[in-house]
Design a protein around this ligand. Structure first.
Ligand SMILES: NC(=O)c1ccc[n+]([C@@H]2O[C@H](COP(=O)([O-])OP(=O)(O)OC[C@H]3O[C@@H](n4cnc5c(N)ncnc54)[C@H](OP(=O)(O)O)[C@@H]3O)[C@@H](O)[C@H]2O)c1
Length: 214
């Protein structure tokens, strides 16, 4: 694997995304952030390049990914906006596959509702899944579509699935499980640290681990 230095980030302005940006900066990475409202983004510095744009715009995503060694996403569907997850995944995977360096990793975040073939969801995780499927059937279906795109791609991805997020600093303790989620909440700081660790970890490549607070 090539040395990873430059990371493209989508959703960096979100509640979890801000923890992700801080964690990446602490590790000394250079960041390229795709932001719809850069003027509202409080973090600046020599290690940050900002691209103004929308993840639904393929050209914006192409400029974001160009020259980066990995892509990380903490985007989330905003209420009342066009369905985003599968289109975002489509553009990001296309942009990665168009790069001459095909070893660009894609580390992305979602909730518990995404179903994968090896899941053995217990009742709590299944209830959370059913809730999304019943309340937001279009979002549930679009997240499944995004997952199918990951599976069909040749890219090294990790889909991090998490329960209810508390927007707090890392505790340093998480439980990771490939079949079911072993907790009902997680700190955003712990998600950020787990995602950053996946830049160098091989264990979860092309997998969708459940990560919960320890
Ligand atoms: N919150 C929870 O308890 C929870 C629990 C489980 C899983 N999750 C998952 O974790 C992820 C992050 O959640 P969160 O609550 O931290 O998210 P959030 O605060 O709602 O932030 C969403 C982020 O996505 C960006 N975004 C949305 N649509 C976009 C678009 N079309 N183009 C570019 N950026 C776009 C937003 O940018 P703008 O600032 O421009 O809108 C923002 O940065 C989501 O995938 C969510 O489903 C959340």
């Amino acid at each position: 694997m090539n040395t990873i230095q430059h990371i493209a980030v989508t959703g960096g302005s979100g509640r979890t995304g801000r923890f992700l940006v801080e964690a990446l900066l602490r590790e000394g990475y250079h960041l390229k952030l795709l932001l719809r409202h850069p003027e509202q983004f409080p973090v600046q510095g020599p290690s940050i390049t900002i691209i103004k744009g929308d993840v639904l715009d393929p050209q914006a995503v192409e400029s974001l990914v160009a020259g980066c060694d990995a892509v990380m996403s903490a985007t989330g569907q905003r209420k009342g906006e066009p369905l985003m997850p599968s289109q975002a995944a489509f553009h990001i995977l296309n942009a990665i596959e168009a790069q001459p360096n095909r070893q660009i990793r894609y580390i992305t975040l979602a909730g518990l509702s995404v179903d994968t073939p090896t899941d053995e969801k217990g009742s709590v995780t299944q209830q959370a899944t059913n809730w999304v499927r019943e309340k937001f059937p279009d979002v549930y279906a679009d997240l499944q579509k995004a997952y199918s795109l990951l599976q069909q791609s040749q890219v090294d991805w990790v889909l991090v699935r998490v329960p209810f997020i508390e927007f707090e600093a890392a505790t340093g303790s998480v439980k990771v499980d490939l079949a079911d989620c072993s907790g009902t909440k997680i700190a955003a700081g712990d998600i950020a640290e787990f995602m950053v660790a996946q830049l160098k970890e091989e264990k979860y490549l092309r997998k969708a681990p459940f990560v919960a607070g320890g």
